[in-house]
Write a protein that binds this ligand. Sequence first.
Ligand SMILES: Nc1ncnc2c1ncn2[C@@H]1O[C@H](COP(=O)(O)OP(=O)(O)OP(=O)(O)O)[C@@H](O)[C@H]1O
Length: 603
Amino acid sequence: MTTASPAEQRPAGTAASPAGGGLVRAVTRRHLPKIHLAVVLGLAAAAAGLAQPVLIGDLIDAVGAGSGLVAPIAFVVVLFLADAALTSVQAYVMGHAGESIVYDTRTALVDRVLGADVAAFGKLRQGDVFARIVTDTSILKSAWSQSVAGIVVDAAMVVGGIALMLVLDPVLLGVTAVCLTASGLVALVLAKRLRKAAQQSRAITGDLGADVQRALAALSTVKACRAERFEGYRIGAVALRARRSGVRVSALSAMLSPAMSVGLQASLAAVIVTGASRVAGGSMTAADLTAFVMYLFYLVSPLVMMLLGIGQLQQGRAAIGRIDELAAIEQEPMPAAPSYAAQPWGAGGMAVEFQGVRFGYEPGEPTLRGVSFTAPSQGLTAIVGPSGAGKTTLLQLLMRFHEADGGRILLGGENIARLPLPVLRGLVGYVQQDSPLLRGTLHENLLYGVPSATADDIHRALWLAGLEDVVRRLPRGLSTEIGDSGLGLSGGQRQRLAIARMLVRRPAVLLLDEATSNLDSESELLLRRSVRSIAAECTVLSVAHRMSTVVDADRIVVLERGMVHDVGTHAELLRTSPLYRRLAAIQRRDGEQHAAPVHTEGR
Ligand SMILES: Nc1ncnc2c1ncn2[C@@H]1O[C@H](COP(=O)(O)OP(=O)(O)OP(=O)(O)O)[C@@H](O)[C@H]1O
């Protein structure tokens, strides 16, 4: 086993991917060459487009003068073709850049979320996180990369067009400018509102994702409580808010381009009337008027596109804000190159020692108030106590999901605060309450996180967890598919599979959190045997729910209100610990009615 020094560990809040500076900006910077190429291609296409009215004006002059038409026609055709080719290549390059930005942002965001500090992640709504990773990032393509490049090209087209119109006839340009300025101001106001509406819409979409995820994650509970309609109405209400805000965004977007079109149509009417009188008065040629009107038409598309692009950019900025916010989530301290080699089978366990450990989830509200006890390097140590005593919290501190506020936790004599996280989590296996199984085969579940595990590792883990016979009886064996949450397996089988999955990793210490809460008597007996076998191989620290599992333990730690009350064997504690006797009595009384947990609701 090699370990990295704390200095090599990445401090919380900083990571390989930038958080504070804005993830999207950093990712976009990586793809700037492609965006620049797209802009250059777009500008070349714009130049080809802008030259067309001049050449068509020349063609009209040539027709009027009766001179040769072959060269002017050839120029116009070449420009048309060049314009079309440049535009399509530009669209492809831009699309490629957009997809690459979306891909890089998604993968970086997933890394940030997977590497997040457990407490920081716990404060987020999972559906909203999902919406940010999947939906908000998809907006980046159209609303960020494409619109930025599009705006640059369209703006160049507009500026170029206006310059050429100025050369052709400044008076007509003045008439055009008055009409366009009025509609431009309206468009700017609309764009501002659009940004606000888009921000709201993105936030409501996040709420919707969070609510749908909440209902789906607890579908059985929803059905058991006959709350389908309630959830339907609740989600429907958020969906209605999403619809309303989406409609508002669509309405504002829809008003943007007509606002400009009205200005253009008014300009066109004014230019034709003014231009016709200037041609009649001899101060302008018919060819110049034709070219001017063509420029006006040429301006329509880039102007409208530019305004649409600004609208999209506003929507994109709302998404970028949400993405950057998620990317800034606090990170666990991970070494740059995690290193851990699994223990060989039979290598034995590691002693776990809590020395005056203090911890509170909230400041001023201590959950653990100086916990001290030792779990020897082999055998089963059970932790019992009333509900809310802090049993699960103890295990989570040992996994370093949270950092202790005071005291030390030693693993094999080493302070776990000094162990790199991958090493610590390689040494300690944690089977939490309702350990989720993953959609896929039994085999995939067992190999989860340890693709290098051998067939021997798997068989030994299955044997220790008492699952060998169960798997042998399945027609498809380890290739049997299990659904989300392990649908298709009994509660006991699910739990033992979760334990086997941890055992494949060959941990030195196995933490079982209320691993027998779901089991019937037969499954529980099987599991008790398994735990005994496992305890012969490594340290087992088990938050026990039932007296029957505690009776076997080599050592029982009785926890109450965040403090160790007593430590001993079952027989010793029955003699010496009033609290333990009381817990046992409650369990016995309940057990006569039905097999119930060993803990009581806090006192
Ligand atoms: N993420 C959290 N944020 C804030 N408080 C928490 C959090 N998790 C647990 N607590 C609180 O910490 C206390 C100890 O919780 P813990 O889950 O460790 O108790 P426990 O002994 O395992 O209880 P049980 O037997 O009911 O599972 C409880 O008062 C609980 O409400």
